[in-house]
Design a protein around this ligand. Structure first.
Ligand code: NDP
Length: 334
């Protein structure tokens, strides 16, 4: 899949990408290079920022006319890198494509396929998504048992993990999502105490006030805009906010805040973060992998995936992230 056109400040469309078929010719590998067959690739909201070629985002823009990139779980087809053999399952950055030549400079992580979890989990709960939830909630917000957590985008990849870790830590958990089906799932399958459909309530702030009568101690923000403003309206003194994502503004939408001054009066700590750096920190990855791996294997942390089959469907699936088509982690099964 090639990056065809910068969407500017408009909603991303499939026409901004192009699916092409090219014949595959097995390349001659240089020292350190690895050829992989992609099994699963991860499509994520931050990639919308990479489609902005005129505005700088924290991640480099995709190159027009070139293959788009994504995290992948792949199988080694040929290798000239020490420690990696044909047949190994690895996780690395690949293209939105079937086969990728991984350059010598790019790190590869070997996956132990004997662990009884789906390989795609290494792109979700056991990968970047789980790490985002774990770090943003536990390291940045110091949640305490008995406190109230609010998480927006609650039925998405990160949100589902945030809500469940907060339940494991003894918090009261409130979530918002964009459909009645998602709201029902949050309560029936994922242990949320309260949830509401932000698209049908008269006001997000009123709905949050009713769902969190003792106020909000920790807000995990996946959405920004009106959700963040509502959280600021109901945040308690010494509340903590993890600024993880603001998807409601990724397609150019603007919002005027009304409750920003509560940050001062209520002595709120807001911290933004990018998970990339933490994933290269061995202390963090050991702690995260140990805790989350254990919770998943014990069945304390359940996970949902929205799996779309075939790389040619990737553009449509990606656009769907901004319409709420997915419940849980969007994965392309290549
Ligand atoms: P999700 O799986 O949550 O998918 C996106 C979801 O966002 C959709 O399903 C939709 O659900 C919701 N959404 C889309 N547009 C809007 C809108 N305008 N207003 C409100 N909700 C909307 O994605 P992820 O879990 O992967 O990511 C969640 C957030 O975390 C994103 O903002 C992302 O950028 C951020 N993130 C940040 C990282 C970091 O390092 N800081 C790392 C990973 C993710 P619904 O039906 O509820 O509308």
């Amino acid at each position: 899949v090639l990056f065809k056109e910068d969407p500017g400040a408009a909603l991303v469309q499939t026409s901004h990408m192009e699916v092409v078929t090219v014949p595959f010719a097995s390349p001659e590998l240089a020292e350190g290079e690895v050829l992989v067959k992609n099994l699963y690739i991860s499509l994520d909201p931050y990639m919308r920022g990479r489609m902005n070629t005129r505005v700088k985002s924290y991640s480099a823009s995709f190159e027009l006319g070139k293959v788009m990139q994504a995290g992948g779980v792949s199988q080694v087809l040929a290798s000239r890198r020490d420690g990696f053999a044909v047949g190994d399952i690895v996780s690395t950055f690949v293209g939105w494509e079937e086969v990728t030549l991984v350059p010598a400079a790019l790190p590869l992580r070997k996956i132990d396929s004997a662990v009884p979890v789906p390989l795609s989990y290494y792109l979700g709960v056991l990968g970047m998504v789980g790490a985002t939830a774990y770090h943003g909630l536990l390291d940045l917000c110091s949640p305490k048992a008995g406190e109230t957590l609010f998480v927006s985008g609650a039925a998405g990849a990160v949100g589902l993990v945030v809500g469940q870790i907060a339940k494991i830590k003894g918090l009261r958990v409130v979530g918002s999502a964009g459909s009645d089906e998602k709201v029902a799932l949050l309560k029936s399958q994922f242990g949320f105490d309260e949830a509401f459909n932000y698209k049908t309530v008269p006001s997000i702030s009123e709905a949050l006030g009713a769902a969190a009568p003792k106020g909000v101690d920790v807000y995990f923000d996946n959405v920004g805009g009106e959700h963040l403003d509502a959280a600021l309206a109901h945040i308690n003194v010494h509340g903590r906010i993890a600024a993880c994502g603001m998807i409601s503004g990724y397609n150019g939408q603007q919002y005027t805040f009304k409750n920003l001054t509560n940050i001062i009066g209520r002595q709120v700590k807001i911290e933004g973060f990018i998970i990339g750096g933490k994933l290269a920190d061995p202390e963090f990855t050991a702690r995260f992998g140990g805790d989350v791996g254990k919770w998943v294997l014990e069945g304390k942390l359940k996970y949902a995936e929205h799996v779309v089959e075939g790389i040619a469907k990737a553009p449509e699936a990606f656009v769907g992230l901004f319409k709420g088509d997915n419940t849980g982690k969007l994965i392309i099964k290549v």
